[in-house]
Design a protein around this ligand. Structure first.
Ligand code: SAM
Length: 281
């Protein structure tokens, strides 16, 4: 949108790499992302990184309410202009990673996250919603393509990791759109993709989410080691005990952690919980 570029120029705005500022301006793409996210007038949206407000404005047109965080206060005058008349938008200036998510959830009730994420904080932002959120119904985020591949990876592939397993507990991650680098200002060095995750209650039943996380951390703690060895180190088990836990969970004792599916992590976590091995983790 030419208008946004003009507003940025009029306010002497300069892009800050340290904040991951790669803005979108194409109205067709912005509208498509709002549709990808399944936003309608009943949806409350939490956006991380309003930037110049292009996505915020598109979200405002479709959603019931939008709360947008932005760390860069030099965007205040820009957003005042680009979001003029968007009555259902509230902008909060500050670092979302330091924001009080409980207070946000108390204000918003149920909400969906929609964001063109600043790349340098993609994982910590995602982990907040995966591990801390209790009223989040789903997340639709633009991330670097290689990160999107990690979010949606299958067990046993090089892209599969702790974040994949954390997502799997909440919902299925799908790449819903690939976005070439040419769509961003300034242009980054990599292409991007939009990933959508709809959160489901008890998608993978597990007795203790803490134990699941401990098992996942353990499984990926030494990628070239067997899970049996990692279990011995993490949970201070003898080889016999580690073999016993794996056998009870129906997992081969020579298995490597990175080959286990999220359901297998959950089964192993349940066995370890039953034997009280995860106490103090
Ligand atoms: N939503 C805009 C768009 O699509 O054009 C901007 C997206 S840009 C990739 C990411 C935005 O997040 C930047 O405006 C940046 O200043 C902001 N940002 C970076 N780190 C942040 C943080 N920790 N908390 C809140 N906003 C942040």
């Amino acid at each position: 949108m030419e208008e946004i570029r003009e507003i940025l120029a009029r306010n002497n705005f300069y892009f800050k790499k340290k904040f991951g500022q790669n803005f979108l301006t194409d109205p067709n793409l912005l509208g498509a992302i709002v549709r990808d996210a399944g936003v309608d007038e009943k949806t409350t949206v939490l956006e991380i990184g309003a930037g110049a407000g292009a996505l915020t404005r598109a979200l405002s047109a479709a959603a019931g309410k939008v709360l947008a965080y932005e760390i860069d206060t030099s965007l205040r005058p820009v957003l005042a202009q680009t979001l003029a008349g968007c009555e259902n938008v509230e902008v909060a200036f500050g670092d979302f990673l330091r924001a009080d998510l409980r207070a946000i959830e108390a204000e918003l009730g149920h909400y969906r996250v929609v964001a063109n994420l600043p790349y340098y904080v993609t994982t910590p932002v995602m982990m907040r919603f995966l591990e801390e959120a209790s009223c989040c119904d789903g997340v639709t985020v633009m991330v670097q393509e290689e990160v999107a591949d990690r979010f949606t990876a299958q067990a046993g592939t090089p892209e599969y990791g702790a974040v994949t397993a954390a997502i799997a507990l909440r919902g299925e991650a799908r790449i819903v759109r690939r976005v070439p680098r040419t769509m961003f200002t300034p242009r980054p060095n990599v292409d991007s993709a939009v990933v959508r995750i709809d959160f489901e209650q008890d998608r993978i039943p597990v007795r203790s989410v803490g134990a699941y996380r401990a098992v996942v951390r353990c499984a990926f703690s030494g990628r070239r080691k067997t899970l049996e060895n990692n279990l011995m180190n993490t949970f201070r088990l003898s080889r016999e005990q580690a073999k016993e836990m794996l056998s009870e969970a129906g997992i081969a004792d020579m298995a490597r952690g990175e080959t286990l599916t999220p359901a297998q992590f959950a089964r192993l976590a349940d066995v370890l919980t039953e034997h009280r091995c995860t106490d103090g983790q």
